[in-house]
Design a protein around this ligand. Structure first.
Ligand code: ADP
Ligand code: MG
Length: 638
C-alpha cells in the first residue's frame, strides 16, 4: 500500500470548525437548504466535467449522460447525493473540504465577532456550501474519484464535523462524487420520498441537469416476482436551464432560487433582468443585482459574478469581459449560441460579439438601476449603501456611460442632517441658488470632517448646499467626473472659491480692501512659515475659524495626499495656501504682537490648527503641544 493510500486523520483548520458550529446554529431554522447546496455542488462538478471534456473526451469514460441522483437507505438512516461529474483527487479533497484557502475567506473569519446574531448575518454572505450537510447529519462520508484517474484513486473522506476528519484511498469504479449523510436521529423526515421530491423541485428545478430519484414501486413484490436488479430512476426536477425558458413561464420564486444557485448567496436579489437576443449574435442573459455586498468585494482575486455558457455548456466564471469592474457585484449568466465552444480567455479579449454582449449588459444593469432609483427609492438606497463605493469607480472606468452613471450616484450633503448618501446630482441642481453655477463639494477623511470643515463656512452662511465626499474612492471619482448636466463640480478647498454671481459687488470690494490693509501682516506670517506654504492671503470663505488651508485649482487635494500617504504611496509635496480670516479676533491679536518669538509661535499654532480642523494630521504634534502650552502659560502670566 502506498503512503498515499494510508488512512490519515487530520484536524480541520481552526476556521473550518468555527464555520461548522456557526452553520449548524444559524441555519437550523432553514435546514432543508443542505440539499440545495449539495445538489448545487454536484451540478457545478458536472459542468466542470463537461467543460474539461471539450478537450479530452476520454474523461466521459463510458458514461456521458450527466446526472445527479438522490437515494436513501431507511434502515441505515442515510441519504446520498451522487453525481457523475468531475470528482476530486485526494489532494483536491484536502484542499477544498477541510481547508479554507482563499485570502478573502480568511478575512471573513477575522470579521466574525462571536456575537451570534451578527455572525449569522455574515454567514449568509459567505455561503457555506458543503458544510451545510452537518445541519442534518452527525456524520458525513464523501467518496469521490476524479474523472480520468484509475479506479484505485478513489478517496474516502469522513467526518463528524467535530474538529477532525479522516481521509483514505479506496476503489471507486464510477467517476464523480457520492456524499453520504448519516442523518441525525431527529432529521429522519429527509428519508421521506415525498419530502425530498418537493425540496428538489423547490430548489433545483432550474439546474440544467436531471436530478433523479428512484422510481417508487407500489405494494410489496409478489411472492416469486423478480426484483429488478438495478433500481430504475426518474427525473424529479425540470432539468432545463432556467435562462432558456420563456420569461412568462418563470415565477419570481424560481428566479430567486436560481439566483441563490449562481451567486452562492443566501439572500434574495434586489432585481433581475432576463433577456433573449436574436439575430446574428444570439444569446440569453440573466443578470441579478444582489441585495448585499459579498464579503470579498474588495478582494482582488475575487471571481467575477457573470458566468459564461456557450450553448448550455459552462465555460468560465471569471468572464470579466462580460461586465466592467465597477459592476463586478452583478451575478448571473450569459449563454451564447454563436461563440465557439473552445473559447478561451484570449479569444474573449478581442471578440466583437463579446464586446456587444458586454455593452448591452451594462445598459441593462444601468437601466435596472435607473428604474429602481425612480420607482423604488428605498430599495435603491439599500443598493447604494451596499455598492455605492464600487459604482463610484464607474465614471473613471467607462467614459461612454459617464453621464448615466453620474445620474445614479448618491452623496451625503449639507442639505441633510445625517450622513446618509442619498442626494443625487440632479437633486442638488434642483436646489441650486439663483445665480449659482457650480456643484460644490468637499472631500475629507470622514463624513464628520467634511461636514465641519472650515472650508464650508461661507457657503453655509449663504445657504449654499455642499456635497460631503468621504469615501476613499471619491477623490478618484471627482478627478474624472468634472461636470454633470453642464454644471462643473467645484471643490470648496481648492482655488479662490469664486462664488461668481452669488457674491455681491460690495463683498468683493471689501475683500480687496482688506487684503491691501493687511499686506504687512500677511508678509510677516509668510516669513515665519517659509516654504511650508505657497502663499498667505486673506480669506473670504471663513466666517468662524481664524484660518484654513487650500490648494490651487489643479493641485492635488490635501485629502488625496493623505489617502495616498496612508496606503504607503508618495504624495508629491505641494505646499498649501494659507488663508486668514481677518474678522477673527485672534488675527487682530496676532497683528498687535510685538514679540517676534511669540508671533512665530502663534502663527505656527494657527497653521497646525487649520490642518487639524480639516481632519489632517500634524507632522510634529509634540511641537504643537509645546507651543500651545507656552502660549497658555504666557496668558496666565499676563
Ligand atoms: P462552493 O460551491 O461555493 O465552492 P462548497 O463548500 O459548496 O463551496 O464546496 C467547496 C468545494 O468543494 C467546491 O468548490 C468544489 O471544489 C468541491 N466540491 C464540493 N462538492 C463537490 C462535488 N460533488 N464534486 C466535486 N467537487 C466538489
Ligand atoms: Mg457549493
Amino acid at each position: 500500500m502506498s503512503v498515499e493510500a494510508q488512512k490519515e486523520t487530520l484536524a480541520f483548520q481552526a476556521e473550518v470548525s468555527q464555520v461548522l458550529n456557526l452553520v449548524i446554529r444559524s441555519l437550523y431554522s432553514n435546514k432543508e437548504i443542505f440539499l440545495r447546496e449539495l445538489v448545487s455542488n454536484a451540478s457545478d462538478a458536472a459542468e466542470k466535467l463537461r467543460f474539461e471534456a471539450l478537450t479530452d473526451e476520454a474523461l466521459f469514460e463510458d458514461d456521458p449522460e450527466l446526472r445527479i441522483r438522490v437515494t436513501m437507505d431507511k434502515e441505515a438512516g442515510t441519504l446520498t447525493i451522487s453525481d457523475n461529474g468531475i470528482g476530486m483527487s485526494r489532494q483536491e479533497v484536502t484542499e477544498t473540504i477541510g481547508t479554507i484557502a482563499s485570502s478573502g475567506t480568511k478575512k471573513f473569519f477575522e470579521a466574525l465577532s462571536g456575537d451570534q446574531t451578527k455572525d449569522s448575518e455574515l454567514i449568509g454572505q459567505f455561503g457555506v456550501g458543503f458544510y451545510s450537510a452537518f445541519i442534518v447529519a452527525d456524520k458525513v462520508t464523501l467518496i469521490t474519484r476524479r474523472a480520468g484517474l484509475a479506479e484505485e484513486h478513489g478517496v474516502r473522506w469522513e467526518s463528524t464535523g467535530e474538529g477532525d476528519y479522516s481521509i483514505e484511498n479506496v476503489d471507486k469504479p464510477s467517476r464523480g462524487t457520492d456524499v453520504i449523510l448519516h442523518l441525525r436521529e431527529d432529521e429522519k423526515e429527509f428519508l421521506e420520498d415525498y419530502r425530498l421530491r418537493s425540496i428538489i423541485s423547490k430548489f433545483s428545478d432550474h439546474i440544467a441537469m436531471p436530478v433523479e430519484m428512484e422510481k417508487q414501486r407500489f405494494g410489496e413484490p409478489e411472492e416469486g416476482e423478480e426484483q429488478p436488479e438495478q433500481p430504475e430512476f426518474e427525473r424529479v426536477n425540470k432539468g432545463t436551464a432556467l435562462w432558456m425558458r420563456p420569461k412568462s413561464e418563470i415565477s419570481d420564486e424560481e428566479y430567486k432560487e436560481f439566483y441563490k444557485h449562481v451567486s452562492h448567496d443566501f439572500e434574495e436579489p434586489l432585481a433581475w433582468a432576463h433577456n433573449r437576443v436574436e439575430g446574428n449574435n444570439e444569446y440569453s442573459a440573466l443578470l441579478y443585482i444582489p441585495s448585499r455586498a459579498p464579503f470579498d468585494m474588495w478582494d482582488r482575486d475575487q471571481k467575477h459574478g457573470v458566468k459564461l455558457f456557450v450553448r448550455r455548456v459552462f465555460i468560465m466564471d471569471e468572464a470579466e469581459k462580460l461586465m466592467p469592474r465597477y459592476l463586478r457585484f452583478i451575478k448571473g449568466v450569459v449563454d451564447s449560441d454563436d461563440l465557439p465552444l473552445n473559447v478561451s480567455r484570449e479569444i474573449l479579449q478581442h471578440n466583437r460579439k463579446i464586446d456587444t454582449i458586454r455593452q448591452a449588459n451594462v445598459k441593462r444593469v444601468l437601466g435596472m438601476l435607473e428604474k429602481m432609483a425612480k420607482n423604488e427609492p428605498e430599495k435603491y438606497q439599500t443598493f447604494w449603501d451596499q455598492f455605492g463605493k464600487v459604482m463610484k469607480e464607474g465614471p473613471a472606468e467607462e467614459f461612454g456611460n459617464k453621464e448615466r452613471i453620474a445620474g445614479l450616484l448618491r452623496f451625503a450633503s449639507t442639505h441633510n442632517d445625517d450622513d446618509t448618501q442619498n442626494v443625487s446630482l440632479a437633486d442638488y441642481i434642483g436646489r441650486m441658488k439663483e445665480g449659482q453655477e457650480k456643484i460644490y463639494y468637499i472631500t475629507a477623511d470622514s463624513a464628520a470632517a467634511a461636514r465641519f470643515s472650515p472650508h464650508l463656512e461661507l457657503l453655509k452662511k449663504k445657504g449654499i448646499e455642499v456635497l460631503l465626499l468621504s469615501d476613499r474612492v471619491d477623490e478618484w471619482l471627482v478627478s474624472s467626473l468634472t461636470e454633470f448636466d453642464g454644471k462643473p463640480l467645484q471643490s470648496v478647498a481648492k482655488g479662490a472659491l469664486d462664488l461668481g454671481e452669488l457674491e455681491d459687488k460690495e463683498e468683493k470690494e471689501a475683500q480687496e480692501k482688506s487684503a491691501e490693509e493687511h499686506q504687512g501682516l500677511l508678509e510677516r506670517v509668510k516669513k515665519v512659515l517659509g516654504e511650508t506654504v505657497k502663499e498667505v492671503r486673506v480669506s473670504h470663505r471663513l466666517t468662524d475659524s481664524p484660518a484654513c488651508l487650500v490648494v490651487e485649482e489643479h493641485d492635488m487635494s490635501a485629502n488625496l495626499a493623505r489617502v495616498l500617504k496612508s496606503v504607503g504611496q508618495d504624495a508629491p509635496g505641494t505646499s498649501p495656501i494659507m488663508e486668514l480670516n481677518m474678522q477673527h479676533p485672534l488675527l487682530g491679536r496676532l497683528d498687535q504682537e510685538p514679540d517676534e518669538d511669540r508671533f512665530a509661535d502663534l502663527t505656527r499654532v494657527l497653521f497646525d490648527q487649520a490642518q487639524l480642523a480639516e481632519g489632517g494630521q500634524l507632522d510634529d504634534p509634540a511641537a504643537f503641544v509645546r507651543r500651545l502650552n507656552t502660549l497658555m502659560l504666557n496668558l496666565s502670566g499676563e
